[in-house]
Every structure is written in structure tokens, then in C-alpha cells.
Design a protein around this ligand. Structure first.
Ligand code: AMP
Length: 188
């Protein structure tokens, strides 16, 4: 069995992270760990967490660090994450989450963090077109604002450790996948 590959993917909402994560999973056999998907599943199942998270998510705000760190800690302890490796999508989003991730991983080093880069104007247009229930103009604007204020420092943190690679997220799906695979291959 080959060694596990551990990746983080960053990108604004609407950058196409979900789609490209499917490709990464196909190619590298990774577990796709999306905190947004996990929270949406909790909302759908009406668990205690889901009930608490729904209003926060609908407003485009961030669920608390302690809750998120706990969710990720548990998920990363599961077998698939340890054997196949993972692509972490939507976490860490704050400096406190990045610090928790380092602690959670311990001696399991990350291979890299990919920044799927799509400009604000383009993602805004895509989000408006998508018309998902939680995509109100206010929530879209709030998520983009929090990306700059809370997540940008996390990107800088990965960059300072030579872990960050920026992939141009504009183009056809296939073009972007090709760029992404090349970026990941270069980190392995
Ligand atoms: P996403 O699908 O990654 O855009 O996540 C959808 C929503 O879930 C976000 O707008 C946040 O409200 C919440 N969320 C997902 N991941 C996190 C995280 N790491 N920290 C805080 N909130 C999160």
C-alpha cells in the first residue's frame, strides 16, 4: 500500500473546490473531508450540531473553532484518512483552526496546500447563478469578506512554510484538473 497523501485545498466559495476534489479522489484515492459537507449532513439529519450550525451557515458566518476542531479531530482519526490519506476541504479557515490542525496531525506531515484561485468578481457571478438556498447576496458577501479577513492569514501561514501552491482556477474543468494534478505531483 502506498503512503498516505495529505492535502489541504483552499479557495473562495464557488472556486470549484468540490468538483476538483472529486478528481483528486479519483486520481489519488484520498478521503475527501469537506467540513461544509459534514455540516450540511448534520443540518439535514437535524442533529444537535446541525440545529446549532444552520443559522450560522445561512448567514454566511463561521461555525465556532472549537466545534470545527473537534469535528476534524474525530474525522482524521478514522481509518481511511490514515491509510489512503485525505484532502481537507474547507478547513482550516481561521488561524486557530490552523494551529489545531498542526496539533491534530502530530507527526503526520502535510504534502501541501493548494489554493484554487478564482477572482472575487468571477466567484460572485457564479454564486448568484447557482442560486442555492443559502446563497443570499448578503451571505455571499459575508463569506467572501470572512475569506479575506480570516482565511487569508491561514494561506499566508502555509505559504511561509513553503507548503502553498496556487493553481489558476479559471478555465475549463479539464484544464484546471490538469494544473491541479501537476501541482500535486510536484509536491509528492
Ligand atoms: P463550505 O461548503 O466549505 O463553503 O461551508 C459551508 C458553510 O459551513 C460555511 O459558510 C460555514 O458557515 C460553515 N463551515 C464550513 N467549514 C467551516 C470551518 N472550517 N469553520 C467554520 N465554519 C465552517
Amino acid at each position: 500500500m502506498s503512503n498516505p497523501i495529505r492535502l489541504v485545498i483552499f479557495g473562495r466559495q464557488g472556486a470549484g473546490k468540490g468538483t476538483q476534489c472529486v478528481r483528486l479522489v479519483e486520481r489519488f484515492g484520498l478521503a475527501h473531508i469537506s467540513t461544509g459537507d459534514m455540516l450540511r449532513a448534520a443540518v439535514a439529519a437535524e442533529t444537535e450540531l446541525g440545529l446549532r450550525a444552520k443559522a450560522v451557515m445561512d448567514a454566511g458566518n463561521l461555525v465556532g473553532d472549537e466545534i470545527m476542531n473537534g469535528i476534524v479531530r474525530e474525522r482524521l482519526a478514522e481509518d481511511d484518512a490514515n491509510t489512503a490519506g485525505f484532502v481537507l476541504d474547507g478547513f482550516p479557515r481561521t488561524s486557530a483552526q490552523a494551529e489545531a490542525l498542526v496539533q491534530i496531525l502530530g507527526d503526520r506531515t502535510l504534502h501541501g496546500a493548494v489554493n484554487l484561485d478564482v477572482p472575487i468578481a468571477e466567484v460572485t457571478e457564479r454564486m448568484m447563478a447557482r442560486g442555492r438556498e443559502d446563497d443570499t447576496p448578503e451571505a455571499i458577501a459575508r463569506r467572501l469578506e470572512l475569506y479575506e479577513s480570516e482565511t487569508r492569514p491561514v494561506l499566508d501561514w502555509f505559504d511561509a512554510r513553503d507548503l502553498l501552491v496556487t493553481v489558476d482556477g479559471l478555465g475549463t474543468e479539464a484544464e484546471i484538473t490538469e494544473r491541479l494534478f501537476a501541482a500535486v505531483d510536484a509536491r509528492l
